[in-house]
Design a protein around this ligand. Sequence first.
Ligand code: ATP
Length: 361
Amino acid sequence: MDAQKPLLRIERVSKSYGEVTALRELSLDIAANEFFALLGPSGCGKTTLMRLIAGLEKPDAGRILLDSVDITHLPPHLRPVNMMFQSYALFPHMSVAKNIGFGLVQENLPRKEIATRVADMLGLVQMEGLGERRPDQLSGGQRQRVALARALVKRPKLLLLDEPLAALDRKLRHETQFQLMAAQRDTGTSFVVVTHDQDEAMVMAHRMAVMHAGVIEQIGTPRQVYEEPVSRHVAGFVGETNFFDGRVTHFMPGGVEVQTHSGLALEAGCREHPALGTRVVVSIRPENLRLGPPSQLVTNGAPGEITDHVFREGMSSWRVRLDGGDIVHVRQPIAAGTATYDRGARVFVAFAPECARALVR
Ligand code: ATP
């Protein structure tokens, strides 16, 4: 494929249901071999977009191209696209092998080829030897893998996965994330995953889109979206953060100084060029704040008091009430010799300006 041409191109697609606008002139390119995640709050239009790509719905306006071919009006079964549903929808009375091979039988492929491709898929999802079991004789994680094998056996160019790990418990989800990534790499199929779970998207996806009210607010690698969110909504949706509302008081190279409503003077990077006095919000991730002994510094930090301290998975998390009234969340890994602070301790909370973002929207 031409490196410039995407595998899938969504062009200014809109979709309404009566009064409700589910998608608003949305455009998006997905590359061959890409693991792409769609993220956003409930009702933002993720499922609608997936259903349009699968052909289960028609857009009111706009086009969908696959390999440069307009598939906007092509019925689902003629698209080289498959969808794996959250419920897995396995046939309970059929063996695992029959479930996986079902689509190939319907296509009247020779029995020998079906057997070979089913065996390949059982290998891909690490279920060799379990082909004769029925779905009710499998664990939840194994059923998920059968559904994945069944979705991939027809070698679609694009696989749509709607909350693929939602039915699994937390530990199994972690393991299964890596299996999904391996299946995507091994088959070269592009995956588009819808998820509520931003951690899951951050781990698995090459790129992700954060949607809000029928539009895409930001597209980028997980790291870009996490470190350089374009808006308050994206910063708050992807990962935890601390917000400080205020107004721009000075310009600096690559950023601004902000006077917060609570009286702090904070320097922060800014990709836009807001005028003096513009209302902005400064976003600083908990791991970019540092705790130290009380001091007299006045910029990029403030004195305060610890109100809570919890220890979880090798990290200490503190809530600190700054003297100006802001409550902030600070997170640091715990290593030998790290100073720790208990509830009631006086501290100074500091941050490096390059880790803070001033957001206009
Ligand atoms: P969730 O994360 O809760 O699944 P979503 O991001 O997938 O949400 P959609 O299911 O795409 O959101 O819905 C987008 C909007 O369109 C919502 O306001 C929803 O109520 C509305 N909607 C979706 N399908 C229909 C339908 N068949 N009829 C009427 N309204 C619909």
